[in-house]
Design a protein around this ligand. Sequence first.
Ligand SMILES: [Zn+2]
Length: 99
Amino acid sequence: MAMESAASSVISEEERAQEIAQLKAGKTAQMANLIDESEISLAEDYALPGAEVTQEEASVEILSEQADEFTCASCFMVRHRTQLVREENGQKFCSECEG
Ligand SMILES: [Zn+2]
């Protein structure tokens, strides 16, 4: 994350300098913004290999159960507590398995 933002800030600083130069030269702000956005999306594409690992780690964290969630003992899916229909010996079952 730190590397990504540092890299993009270097790019955007250059872009910003160009943008300001163009604005001072009388170019429209709209055109400068369009150029800036396409440069940013290119920078994000280059950052993908590193970001992919971070996203996988994040998705594992999302799967861990929250305070208002439970893990179904039958299908092992993390369900919201509104889907809890049966609890037996500390094992919880969701509406999909019990329905
Ligand atoms: Zn279930």
